[in-house]
Design a protein around this ligand. Structure first.
Ligand code: MFK
Length: 558
């Protein structure tokens, strides 16, 4: 028989996930865990079974923009893939958006949702994108005090009935940019009946098949910048299913997330409802940004986990130079480094979900709310970069097979690459983190106290290097900020990315070490501690005392 390589396989993605299960045992009260575990196990079975098979067979299918039907009628429909249709139903039935609003488990409802999303995301071709935006829209509408609008729309966004469930888009990006949203050119005017109508172009509108979208537009006469924008809700179609003065110009030809129908849209007098006031649209849409950034982090951890599940299974099956790769010290060492990154990212993302859940249930202290404002951008930017690095290495762990499309592996890297880009790039979020840290320095103090608490709890001698690395990285970041601030704003900005990544990695390590202590004591499991030591050795402190002048010299023309 000629040699045939056995492909990697996935088991039950909940039962096989040591990190998720161990975390949930610590983070959830026993009765809550007992209640949620059967559905996690069920979704884990689907994720490693039927949904994975669909992903592999449906690999080449992509959404299509259908402008006309066979008889010449204009339809402007976006046909989504079979897996996306299945994911839509599954998401509604399992309450992937509904859970934090039903709040059956009080402050733990966000963790419950995050655990389901962790299993769902890598199994459904980034259907988490519309779910993230839908969740963000529900949160934004509920915090808007526009009871009439929230009362009409939120029950659809949070419905468990697939026939009633709506998703929401988030139409912010225009040709002027996705980062500096204040440059938006879409104009809002009142018509003769006093109804708002929007005109302009939206350049990157994800999941355009949604029933509603939150968007920004400038009421005529308003000043430039983010303050002059207002937040609107658009219902995309009328009762007959026709688009409401919206033209789908084309679908984007993207590197990854190719199952997500992202479009360019033209709005020509599109009816819209004001969500909240006629100004301060950027501030008013911020709740949505923070929710989608949480989803981004959960998705980053989840994609790393999927890559590791495949790479570890393959390492046991693939024999080279006389032994399975899993028995080769260098291969095992490489995977251990990736596992440590994935594990630290997991704890950072789930700690953020805990804080969001506390705040939503009214149980967050002022300290925890401040911490959350700083941790959200830190978590998003840190985990997104980890996801790109880890999925890239995962591909390499398969050798040439990782570079061949029909193994289903390259899509992991292509999908991960969006995570540092959408919902705020690394640099934009680093500046946001500086802003959050800067206001009187209170948020930074909150983070310091949290790190110190984690370090105190991680008292086992085996965790000493992790404790030391987390604390010393934080201290270096703190002293760098004080020094750079004294030197002037350019020096602060030039180091913002290194500062934010150092804080993000230090916090991820401290959380991992704290969990490792629990796992040593309650599970007699040394693996989380090994991950913490490995992560500590990989480099936490990225502060370089480079200054703005060096950047100017290096990047200048002369
Ligand atoms: C897998 C799941 C992933 C989900 C995928 C969804 C796909 C969607 C595709 C996209 O839409 S990608 C485009 C996403 N775009 C962004 O995320 C925007 C990135 N840019 C920023 O975040 C900028 O920092 C920002 C646009 C907010 C800057 O705009 P401005 O006009 O300069 O606003 P400014 O002055 O910084 O902030 C205005 C107010 O909002 C301030 O409050 P005050 O008016 O009280 O001073 C800010 O403090 C507040 N603010 C800004 N960001 C905030 C925030 N408040 C809370 N949280 C935040 N994150």
């Amino acid at each position: 028989m000629p040699f045939r390589q056995e492909p990697p396989a996935l088991g039950n993605q909940y039962l096989d996930d040591r990190v998720l299960r161990s975390y949930l045992r610590r983070a959830l009260p026993r009765e809550v865990l007992a209640e949620v575990e059967p559905e996690l196990e069920d979704l884990g079975g689907l994720a490693g079974g039927e949904l994975y098979r669909m992903q592999l067979t449906d690999r080449l299918d992509e959404p299509r923009l259908v402008r006309w039907d066979a008889w010449g009628a204009r339809v402007d429909a976006v046909e989504i893939t079979p897996l996306w249709r299945a994911a839509e139903r599954l998401a509604a039935e399992r309450g992937l958006v509904a859970l934090p609003y039903e709040r059956r488990h009080g402050p733990h409802s966000r963790v419950h949702q995050a655990a389901l999303a962790h299993l769902f995301t890598p199994a459904t071709d980034i259907y988490s994108c519309p779910l993230a935006m839908t969740d963000g829209a529900a949160r934004t509408l509920l915090s808007s005090d526009n009871r009439a609008l929230a009362g009409r729309v939120v029950p659809h966004l949070t419905s468990r009935d697939p026939a009633q469930f709506w998703t929401s888009g988030q139409w912010m990006t225009e040709q002027t940019g996705g980062s500096d949203v204040g440059l938006s050119e879409t104009v809002a005017r009142r018509d003769a009946e006093g109804r708002w109508r929007l005109s302009g172009q939206k350049w990157f509108t994800s999941a355009v098949s949604s029933q509603v979208a939150l968007t920004l537009a400038r009421p005529e006469g308003n000043p430039p910048g983010g303050r002059g924008l207002a937040l609107f809700l658009v219902e995309t179609r009328d009762r007959e299913g026709r688009l409401r003065n919206i033209t789908f110009e084309r679908l984007k030809d993207k590197l990854g997330t190719r199952k997500v129908p992202t479009a360019e849209l033209t709005l020509e007098g599109t009816p819209a409802e004001l969500v909240r006031g006629t100004t301060d649209g950027v501030r008013h849409i911020a709740p949505m940004l923070n929710v989608t950034r949480l989803w981004n982090g959960i998705s980053a951890a989840a994609l790393m986990r999927r890559g590791m599940a495949l790479a570890r299974d393959y390492a046991r099956k693939r024999v080279a130079f006389g032994a399975p790769l899993s028995e080769k010290p260098l291969h095992a060492d490489t995977l251990a480094g990736l596992q440590a990154e994935a594990e630290a990212a997991f704890h950072l993302a789930f700690r953020t979900a805990e804080l969001v859940g506390l705040e939503e249930a009214g149980g967050a202290s002022e300290e925890q709310s401040r911490l959350l404002r700083l941790v959200t951008p830190l978590m998003k930017l840190t985990t997104a970069r980890q996801a790109v690095a880890v999925t890239s290495e995962v591909l390499e762990a398969f050798g040439g097979a990782g570079y061949v499309e029909d193994t289903g592996l390259p899509v992991l890297l292509r999908d991960a690459q969006v995570l540092p880009i959408w919902e705020g790039t690394t640099n934009v979020l680093a500046l946001d983190a500086l802003r959050a840290a800067g206001r009187g320095g209170e948020a930074l103090d909150c983070l310091k106290r949290e790190l110190e608490t984690c370090a105190r709890e991680a008292r086992d001698a085996r965790l000493a290097p992790a404790r030391a690395a987390a604390l010393s990285a934080f201290e270096h970041a703190e002293s760098w900020l004080a020094r750079a601030s004294a030197e002037g704003p350019t020096n602060v900005e030039v180091g913002a990315r290194r500062f934010a990544l150092t804080l993000g990695r230090a916090y991820a390590l401290a959380l991992l070490a704290r969990h490792a202590q629990w796992s040593l004591e309650h599970e007699r499991d040394p693996r989380a501690a090994a991950a913490a030591r490995r992560f500590a050795a990989a480099g936490v402190n990225l502060i370089a005392d480079a200054d703005a002048e060096d950047a100017r010299i290096l990047m200048g023309d002369t």
